[in-house]
Design a protein. Structure first.
Length: 578
């Protein structure tokens, strides 16, 4: 692989050839431009940070990146790449409290330094050092301020060429099904996946991005930060909380900056629909939006339909929808649609899916499966029986296995898990290692349909149930129930596994809703739609279910809490204050 395609060299070339081009613009909650980085600025500031890092760390040491939303994170990330220090982006502590996942990451990666901004050091230093002990702290914003006064280049340090197979950073998994694991992403992995994204999304340097995903999340970092830099394009970024509070400001930024590419998980499109239903849609022109990527598992057909219907009068073309699929272990992207093609869907028989088979639906017993895109030329993808490792017939649901240069090197200091997940061997092939994604899917006419997560399967009396299907049924059963606030899982019973459902109540309904009516509606809906009884139904106050940084329900955490202390049960009139 030529060094010129590796990201540190890409940034150096951009800074040399187009130093004044805007690389990143950060907009605040009022849609005002709060900060701007040109390619020249980014390169100079990253050099300054690298110069400080090499006085504190050796190549291969880990550095925590603990940042509030803003462009200093990007400076720190490239400073680490220039210094050949392994960046570890993490979710920063809030209100001096550190998340369990972040605590686990700090213990696992054993950092040698912490990069942050000056305003955060006093508040988070005691929390971090209570876990790791005393560490060097580098306030990135203060390094930039000092060097800009004296030397435009910032430092005499010059980065050395990176070995392609050296670890660029640790991308920790979300922890939705287990403890976070550090995925070792090499410079070769990054370059390979960036090129895959460029080709699959049909990007060029004029493909402006708008993004709000957290920078420590793979979608935010790989998609919204590194892909624009790889192209030489411009990325407009906002804080995740800005999107959560005012989702239509995401669409407003797309319209204002004439964005080519933007997207998120399925819920992002749902919340825009919900907010638009209130009638406060701003003046939008979404005709510029050519790639509206949706990277959820699963993608909801009804979500796409409703979003298209509401925003078509504002210029949105439903063919801009771009379903895709990926995971941290593959750097990011695995499958993607074609620009301008729109989504593909099929109706699958529910009974057959319960036995891991695909049969076209008939008689109204269908489940809509939205395709997650095509197998891309740079990879090999197989649908495999997870128990035997043998190829599945075309009509059978199996585990998705993938091989290619974008597949990461393994998990940090977990050789057994690395061997199990990253070095799978496909029956009938020799000399090629596959990544076991843990996702169940189908391959129909070259399109991948993600059906569910292997670890989340609910198996009752020999039949497979996909929890997200049950959760969708539950949260749609009564108007008092909170969308996106449901977890379905199984626990051991006397004779077999039993189904447990935890569902949050809407905050505005918690004082007035009838608990018996809500529970009866849920039980009836699950029996009607799935021929299944809910053995234990827990109606909880809002915000009690843990979610990942990308908004996924942490079913394993919900199951563990249920089996341990349990959930506080909602009763009409209860306060929602935790």
């Amino acid at each position: 692989m030529p060094h010129a395609t590796l990201l540190p060299e890409v940034l150096q070339n951009r800074a040399a050839r187009q130093p004044a081009r805007r690389a990143y613009v950060f907009v605040d909650e009022h849609e005002a431009e709060k900060a701007v980085l040109t390619y020249g600025d980014l390169h100079a500031r990253a050099l300054a940070v690298a110069g400080e890092l090499i006085r504190r760390c050796r190549p291969g040491d880990r550095a925590l990146l603990l940042f509030p939303p803003g462009l200093d994170f990007i400076v720190a990330y490239f400073g680490c790449l220039y210094a050949q220090v392994i960046a570890v982006p993490v979710n920063p502590p809030r209100r001096n409290l550190i998340q369990d996942a972040t605590r686990s990451i700090i213990k696992d990666c054993e950092p040698s330094a912490v990069l942050t901004v000056g305003a955060m050091v006093e508040h988070i230093r005691p929390v971090v050092e209570s876990i790791r002990g005393p560490l060097p702290w580098l306030p990135v914003d203060q390094v930039a301020d000092e060097t800009n006064e004296t030397d435009q280049a910032g430092t005499s340090f010059r980065p050395r060429p990176c070995p392609p197979d050296s670890v660029a950073f640790l991308q920790y998994t979300s922890g939705s099904t287990s403890d976070p694991k550090g995925v070792m992403v090499s410079h070769r992995n990054l370059a390979a996946n960036q090129e895959m994204i460029r080709r699959a999304f049909d990007h060029d340097q004029d493909s402006t991005f708008v993004g709000w995903a957290p920078f420590f999340h793979d979608q935010g970092l790989i998609g919204n930060i590194l892909q624009p830099l790889y192209l030489g394009a411009t990325s407009i970024l906002m804080a995740p909380m800005t999107f959560i509070r005012w989702p239509l400001r995401w669409l407003s930024a797309i319209s204002r900056y004439r964005a080519h590419t933007s997207g998120g998980p399925n819920f992002a499109f749902d919340v825009c629909v919900a907010r638009a239903a209130r009638g406060d849609v701003p003046d939008l022109d979404l005709s510029c939006w050519k790639v509206a990527f949706n990277g959820a598992e699963p993608i909801r057909h009804e979500t796409l339909r409703r979003f298209s219907a509401i925003f078509a009068p504002h210029g949105f073309d439903e063919k801009a929808f771009y379903p895709c699929y990926g995971l941290a272990e593959a750097t990011l992207l695995v499958t993607g649609s074609r620009k301008g093609r729109g989504p593909r869907a099929l109706e699958a028989d529910v009974e057959a899916l319960g036995h891991r088979r695909y049969v076209p639906a008939s008689g109204g017993r269908g489940r809509s499966l939205v395709g997650s895109g095509l197998v891309l030329p740079e990879e090999e993808l197989r649908i495999v029986d997870p128990e035997t490792g043998r190829p599945c017939p075309a009509d059978e649901v199996g585990e998705i296995w993938v091989s290619g240069d974008q597949v990461a090197q393994g998990y940090w200091r977990r050789p057994e898990a690395t061997a199990e997940v990253f070095h799978a061997e496909f029956d009938g092939e020799t000399g090629r290692a596959y990544l076991r994604t843990g996702d169940l899917g189908l391959l129909v006419d070259g399109e991948v349909y993600v059906v569910g997560r292997l670890k989340d399967l609910v198996i009752i009396r020999g039949r497979n149930y996909y929890p997200h299907d049950i959760e969708l049924t539950v949260q749609s059963a009564h108007p008092a129930l909170r969308p996106g606030g449901c977890a379905a899982f199984s626990v051991p019973g006397a004779d077999s596994e039993k189904l447990v459902v935890v569902q949050e109540i809407r905050d505005e309904q918690r004082l007035t809703a009838d608990a018996r009516d809500v529970a009866a509606s849920i039980r009836a809906a699950v029996t009607r739609e799935h021929d299944l009884s809910v053995n234990d139904l827990v109606l909880a106050l809002p915000g009690r279910l843990q979610k990942t940084s990308s908004g996924k329900i942490m079913r394993a955490a919900a199951r563990n809490r249920y089996l341990a202390a349990g959930f506080e049960i909602w009763e009409p009139g209860m306060s929602s204050v935790a």
